[in-house]
Structure formats: C-alpha cells, structure tokens
Ligand binder design. Structure first.
Ligand code: NAP
Ligand code: MG
Length: 402
C-alpha cells in the first residue's frame, strides 16, 4: 500500500513516562504504516530538557511558530520530588506554560464523545469545548492581610504622574485585600483565538462574565469581545451560520446544563479553571479530553489534557501489565494531522485523520477498551485490553475499514 505523503513537517514534541511509551506505540502501529510521516522532532522528556537547560522547549515553540502545527506528548512539570528523581539542575518551569507564553495562546479543551460512555448530564449529546483565558485575574494577584483599622485605596499612577484613586474600603477591624489586573491586549488575543476557533470548528461561541456587578473590570471583557466581533468576525460568523453571544455567567451556566452541547464556552481565567474540571468529569473521563493551544496568529499545538500517568509508568517499569488509555493522545495526533492537511491542501491526510478517529471510537463501541473506560461504560460484556493490545486492536479496525 502507498503511504500518504506529507509536504510540511509537523512539530513533534515527545514527552515523559507512560505517555512517552504510548507515543512510540501509536507511531509504530497507527501512523508509520499508513503515512510517510514528516516531523521535526523535539525531545521534551525531562532528561533532555535538563540537559539543554530547557532550551529544547523554547526551540520547539519557535518551530511551532515557523511551521504552524505541533503535536505534544504529556510532560512532567518538575516539583521537589522530581528534582531528586531526575537529579535536575533547576526546577524547570512547566513546558506548557513556556509554550503558551511564547505563542500567546488560548487553550481549548473538548471531551471525546463515544457511545457507551454517557455524560452525567443526559442532554449533553455533543462535546462542550471550554476556552480558558490564560492570563491575569487572580492568577497574577497581589494580596494583603489587613491587620486592623485603616483605609484601603486603589491607586493608578500614570507615566506622566497623573493619579487615579478609588477608596476600596474603610476598615474598622482586620480583613483582607486583593488586587487583580488584566490587559486589553491579552483580552483581545483571547477574543480572537475564540472567534477563530469557532469559525474553524463551525461551532457557536458563548461567553459569560459578571458585568452587572463588575461594571468596569468584567464589563471590559464584554466590550472588547463585542468590539472585536463587530470589527472582524460578524460577517464571517453569519457566512458560516454560527452565532456569538454574551450573557451573564449565571445565565450561561444555567443554559449549559440544559443544552445539547456542540458549542464553545469562553471563560475568564478562574471560571475556565473550575468549569473545565466540571465539564470533563461530567463527560466521563480525563483520559478522553483533548486540548489544543491556539495562538491569535493561527498557530496550533495539539495534546491530551491528562498528564504522564506516572502510576502506570512505575507499574510498567516493574514489568507489570498496564491498561493505559491512549485515546486522547491518538486524537492529539489526528487533530494535528488534520490541521496540517487543511493548511497544505492535503485531502488524503485529512481523511486519514477522520478514519483513525472513527477506528478508535469504533473499537471502543465494539466493546474493546482500556480499564478506565470499562469501569464507567454502559456497554455489557466488554473486553479489557492492555495498553499495547488496545492500540493493536485499533489498527485491526483501521485495516478492516479498507
Ligand atoms: P495524570 O497523569 O493525568 O494521572 C492521574 C490519574 O488519572 C492516573 O493515575 C490515572 O488514574 C488517571 N489517568 C490519567 N490519564 C489516564 C489515561 N490516559 N489512562 C488511564 N488512566 C489515566 O496526572 P498526575 O499523575 O497528577 O501527573 C503525572 C505527571 O503529569 C506530573 O508530573 C504532572 O506534572 C504531569 N502533567 C502533565 C500535563 C501535560 O503535559 N499537559 C498535564 C497534567 C499533568 P489511576 O491511577 O487511578 O489509574
Ligand atoms: Mg483546575
């Protein structure tokens, strides 16, 4: 059989632990036999990050800017324990944080919906994608524990010396204070990333904040979204038959619970942090969540939402069998391959991505799955497979599809 040709390389970011093992299996069984795979390889495994003083992470982000599409394996974010385990020179920062900062991107997380794994919310028929603003608000806050009576003020000093002051509170006794900020540029990037992604995936975009209470701060988010929408996206949305709307976050939450899914929910930083955990657990499993980082300039980095599955990796090292779910990592590859195909006008590559996704879901729907899914499926008499056999089973399904 002729393998599918590629013109532009994908940026391939390898990672750590169990997901690094799955990465290799996916390439060998599901990609290389079918595609003349062209990638520019970056090893983001912790050992090599340490060896290069994390330069490899920066290089991989730069390569993503150059080529436009990357696929990333889960990576370890070092903590104290990892410092010892890997004998690190420094506690390197989270690769995802570094890449996100360099690409100025927004992260979109969506569940993979499959028959047999029913969401807790019975009317959710299609995935709900959460877009989380990844800058500012309480994640960059400044706090004071107020010891006793006194006056708290909000002061802005312009470069020309002009002062703006607001009294926050006249304290009569002890209390707490918090200062948060955001920038118009970051909010605008976030808005653009959301509008672009909505057009890309032909889904409606919902955005909610608390503008009734926060008449300047949250209202500013609402206004910037509206301004960007009207200036650059309104006509495109109408052409694509999709809709953008803003509502109070309370109203959005109520609508989400009653909706059928199939839309993007844009969230401020904190809301996105909290709501993405709610949505992913309600859809069934973290192992079935995909994640894509989209920059305002239209650069894409695809990955699984879960981590390196450390516990399974240690079992694997002890020579024990593992049943680790590779679906989200497979979908990271198909997402990247489809996008690469789209940008290069490579229809075969796009069709292969669709087919591999169908084969993966078909395998699960036929009752063959990993342990994590077997525990929550509504299908009867399922066969639990180990990590390698599940991938081999997907290959069989793929080959049967012809
Ligand atoms: P994790 O790797 O997501 O795993 C947590 C638990 O969730 C696992 O022990 C397993 O439960 C279950 N699980 C997650 N993915 C699964 C899969 N594909 N198949 C089956 N079960 C799955 O999170 P973690 O253990 O907290 O973190 C491990 C490392 O990953 C950390 O070093 C962290 O820094 C890193 N991390 C990386 C990323 C990223 O690169 N995007 C994201 C998050 C975390 P059971 O043990 O019950 O089977
Ligand atoms: Mg969280």
């Amino acid at each position: 059989m002729d393998r599918i040709k590629m013109t532009t390389p994908l940026v391939e970011m390898d990672g750590d632990e169990m997901t690094r093992i799955l990465w290799q299996m996916i390439k060998e069984e599901l990609l290389l036999p079918f595609i003349d795979l062209k990638t520019e390889y970056y090893d983001l495994g912790l050992e090599y990050r340490n060896e290069t003083n994390d330069q490899v992470t920066v290089d991989s982000a730069e390569a993503t800017k150059k080529y436009g599409v990357a696929v990333k394996c889960a990576t370890i974010t070092p903590n104290g324990a990892r410092m010892k385990e890997y004998n690190l020179k420094e506690m390197w920062k989270s690769p995802n944080g570094t890449i996100r900062a360099l690409l100025d991107g927004t992260v979109f997380r969506a569940p993979i919906v499959v028959k047999g794994i029913e969401p807790c919310v019975k009317n959710w028929e299609k995935p709900i994608t959460i877009a989380r603003h990844a800058y500012g608000d309480i994640y960059k806050n400044v706090e004071i524990k107020v010891p006793g009576a006194g006056k708290a003020e909000l002061v802005f000093m312009a470069e020309d010396g002009t002062e703006t002051r607001e009294t926050i509170h006249q304290f009569k006794e002890s209390g707490i204070l918090q200062g948060v900020h955001n920038t118009d540029a970051s909010i605008r990037s976030f808005a653009k990333a959301c509008f672009n992604y909505a057009l890309d995936t032909r889904q409606d975009l919902w955005f909610g904040a608390k503008d009734t209470i926060s008449k300047k701060y949250d209202h500013n988010f609402k206004d910037i979204f509206q301004e960007v929408y009207e200036a650059e996206y309104k006509e495109k949305f109408e052409g694509a038959g999709i809709e953008y709307f803003y509502s109070l976050i309370d109203d959005i939450v109520a609508r989400v619970m009653k909706a059928r899914g199939g839309f993007i929910w844009a969230c401020k930083n904190y809301d996105g942090d909290v709501m993405s955990d709610m949505v992913s657990s309600a859809f069934g499993s973290l192992a079935m969540m995909t994640s894509v980082l989209v920059s305002p300039s239209g650069v894409y980095e695809y990955e699984a939402a879960h981590g390196t599955v450390q516990r399974h990796y240690y079992q694997h090292l002890e020579g024990k069998e593992t049943s680790t779910n590779s679906v989200a990592t497979i979908f990271a590859w198909t997402g990247a391959l489809r996008k690469r195909g789209e940008l290069d006008g490579n229809k075969e590559l796009m069709e292969f991505a669709d087919k591999l996704e169908k084969a993966t879901l078909g395998t699960i729907e036929s009752g063959k799955m990993t342990k994590d899914l077997a525990l929550i499926t509504s299908l009867k008499d399922v066969i639990v497979l180990n990590s390698g056999d599940f991938i081999k089973e997907i290959r069989k399904t793929l080959e049967q599809m012809g």
